[in-house]
Design a protein around this ligand. Structure first.
Ligand SMILES: Cc1cc2nc3c(=O)[nH]c(=O)nc-3n(C[C@H](O)[C@H](O)[C@H](O)COP(=O)(O)O)c2cc1C
Length: 153
């Protein structure tokens, strides 16, 4: 049987989100039947969206919004993705100083238009990336991978 494909698309400037990505990927890797791809937003394109059976988006919140890099990814792929009507299941994780709500709100709004299907509550990590944050990210990655493998979405 062909493996289901899980994609992580992220940006990180000062590497806080990158730490979350490592934990998300480690959690997803616990599900051996899943093929995992991790891409920086600037390196990802519409082909990656076509490839993925589910997507985890990771970003810092910058100026009450998603990172410019993730916005650039959406700018480049929104119209090419329209004829595909992807409906890909997705979840978000956000690294924020003290908020994160603006990034979540605007990413969800944009993804509705692709369209994609939100399948988990967003994980917002505020402040320092500590052990609890990393565990929450591992759980998110494992949950997405297991649910994808079981055909929950
Ligand atoms: C230019 C800039 C703008 C920021 N704006 C926000 C913000 O609006 N809300 C917030 O909670 N944190 C804000 N932060 C803090 C970052 O979200 C936080 O430091 C995050 O962990 C950075 O992730 P990264 O290391 O993956 O880039 C901002 C940081 C920078 C550099």
């Amino acid at each position: 049987m062909e493996k289901k494909k899980l994609l992580v698309i992220y940006h990180s400037q000062s590497e806080n989100t990158a730490q979350l990505v490592e934990a998300v990927a480690a959690g997803a890797a616990l599900e051996p039947q899943i093929e995992l791809s991790v891409k920086r937003a600037f390196d990802a394109d519409t082909e990656d969206l076509k490839w993925a059976d589910a997507i985890l988006f990771g970003t810092p919140e910058n100026f009450g919004y998603m990172s410019g890099a993730l916005k650039d990814f959406f700018d480049r792929t929104y119209y090419p993705a329209q004829p595909l009507q992807l409906c890909t299941p997705y979840a978000l994780f956000v690294s924020a100083g003290n908020d994160g709500s603006g990034a979540v709100r605007e990413i969800d709004r944009i993804l509705k238009g692709y369209p994609m299907k939100k399948v988990a509550e967003p994980l917002v990590i505020k402040g320092k990336v500590d052990a609890d944050a990393l565990e929450a990210c591992r759980n998110l990655g494992q949950t997405m991978a297991s649910a994808l493998q079981l055909g929950v979405f």
